[in-house]
Design a protein around this ligand. Structure first.
Ligand SMILES: Nc1ncnc2c1ncn2[C@@H]1O[C@H](COP(=O)(O)OP(=O)(O)OP(=O)(O)O)[C@@H](O)[C@H]1O
Ligand SMILES: [Mg+2]
Length: 264
């Protein structure tokens, strides 16, 4: 564990992504370094115009795609099968033919844990994400609402003992109230489990509320061109959104987004 904790948890260096035999350049010279803070975790937010490659970057970290060139390391090693990385997609990432309980417990089935223990541990997570009472429902819309389905995906990731949680616009399809509840739940889980979260959103207030480090990507050929450290208390509640400092940070972020959108 000691050696694992040192250095960078995520390291992307000199990434280039091209398609059509090099004719379409999507990403060029992208670097993204996330330091490991094992006793705390990290909340990194990725922003950028549609099509700039945010989901692509998450896919690299998840090991679902390899860049055309460049290095992708997790804990200093190439992305491999044993990485503790989970992905929560905008479109719900659960199996609709399984119940909530089975969906969450699936995280342990792969590890060969027996059924009784799987279900006990899954129920702990189901309670933690506020789904107690829904465990025997099928994980499908509209049996479960959009927010509830995202909770299933989060519970499964936590039970899988994810060290890195990749979230691709996870609350984009939710109504305002559910979205705010989900933000607070995620924030609490993040602090409890010391997760490293890489979170993609188009919502600037959400970015400032949840994030510690916000990175902005410019449009293709894209790379990260802005980094904003969110200088707010570690523990945040919704009240902070009325704070002058919070409002100022959202404004500053908007200015930086405008600046980036004018870059070629
Ligand atoms: N196989 C492919 N061939 C050509 N272009 C591709 C291919 N796969 C992805 N792209 C392009 O890569 C770019 C980046 O896509 P990506 O999904 O990462 O963007 P994004 O930043 O997540 O956008 P959004 O905010 O809309 O989700 C897009 O312009 C897309 O068209
Ligand atoms: Mg995307």
């Amino acid at each position: 564990m000691e050696t694992e904790s040192k250095g960078n948890i995520i390291e992307l260096r000199g990434i280039t992504q091209t398609y059509d035999e090099g004719k379409t350049v999507i990403i060029k010279d992208l670097d993204l370094i996330v330091q490991d803070k094992p006793a705390q975790g990290q909340f990194v937010v990725l922003l950028g115009m549609s099509g700039c490659g945010k989901s692509t970057v998450l896919r690299y970290i998840a090991g679902l795609q390899k860049p055309t060139s460049g290095t992708v390391l997790l804990n200093g090693k190439p992305v491999g099968r044993d990485n503790r990385v989970s992905m929560v997609f905008q479109q719900y990432s659960s199996m609709p033919w399984l119940t909530v309980l089975d969906n969450v417990a699936l995280a342990l089935e792969y590890k060969g844990v027996n059924k009784k223990e799987r279900e006990e541990k899954a129920m702990e997570m189901i309670k933690l994400v506020g789904l107690d009472g829904h465990q025997h429902k099928y994980a499908q819309y509209p049996t479960l609402s959009g927010g509830q389905l995202q909770r299933v995906a989060i519970a499964r990731s936590l039970l899988a003992n994810a060290q890195v949680l990749l979230m691709d616009e996870p609350f984009g399809a939710l109504d305002v109230k559910t979205r705010l509840q989900m933000q607070d739940m995620l924030s609490e889980l993040w602090m409890k489990f010391h997760l490293t979260i890489v979170f993609v959103t188009h919502d600037l207030a959400e970015a400032v509320y949840l994030g510690d480090d916000i990175y902005i990507m410019k449009s293709p050929p894209s790379k990260i061109v802005e980094h904003m450290q969110v200088d707010l208390p570690f523990y945040r509640t919704r009240e902070i959104k009325k704070d002058a400092k919070f409002v100022q940070l959202v404004q500053e972020l908007e200015d930086r987004m405008v600046k980036v959108s004018n870059m070629s």
